[in-house]
Design a protein around this ligand. Sequence first.
Ligand code: SF4
Length: 315
Amino acid sequence: MTAQTVSSPPPGSSPAGPSLSPSRAADFKTCPLLFRFRTIDKLPEQPTADQARGTLVHAVLERLFDLPAAARTPAAAATLVEPAWQALLEAEPRLAEIFTAAATRPAVTDQAALIAEADAGGPGTPQLATFLASASALLEGYFAVEDPQRLEPAEREALVSTLVDDELLIRGYIDRLDVSPAGDLRVVDYKTGGAPREAFEGRALFQLKFYALVLWRTRGVVPRVLRLLYLKDAEVCDYSPDAEELERFERTLVALSQAIELAKRNQDFRPKPSRLCGWCSHQALCPEFGGTPPPFPTGEVVRIDLTPADDDRLG
Ligand code: SF4
């Protein structure tokens, strides 16, 4: 792991004022009630096979760059998959639940269908083997769009943060930051999800602009390229922001933070149904689906818990 902090405060610290991560900001934009369930009620969510696979693939790609350039081959990446999965399981044993939960979830991707199929055969090694094989298939997608032997990332899984508008802390984890000899920055984000692209493209770009804003404010350089690598489809999507756009984006984030603070004061987080409800874990508590939210927690400090996996939720 090469997590680095681009600016204060240090990783793991609790911000005193309002703070935003890309995933939480996107939650509020998507549905204020979803934001409340995740950030204020802190309702647990069962890990999905898609999320676990995404976390695993991110871990493998992070470790791949620990190898000497000449050793970064598809075969080497494949050998990293199982040890990386064991390390993730040790850190988060609940991930093992995907092998019992997958069969009850809608199969939204080819890989998810693969896992559901494995579940039908019963518990045990075949499930795990199928899951690990589906992660390896995503890694093949990575090698189809990039040659890691020709890259030396400046940073990986880097925690970046800055204050905007004197009080709003914005921070998030960047999958990879490449810096050219001329000093140009390229922010790279791996997308591993199999959900329909159009449903998540806006969220992905929002996430990358978020990182671009932090880098611009902390380094004084607007990243030249924001790159999305869609591993399932083996596709690259590049976007080049400019300073004016990031200034507008900064104002958007400040307004978003103010809207969140107002909603907290009024304890008013409304549901905003969309096609993304299909991926929501909290339908049973949502009025749009006949549910009733729990009583609003009172007297609690609302913090934005942030880990690399938190941002990967978008992936
Ligand atoms: S089901 Fe839809 S409307 Fe309800 S909380 Fe989830 S995302 Fe929001």
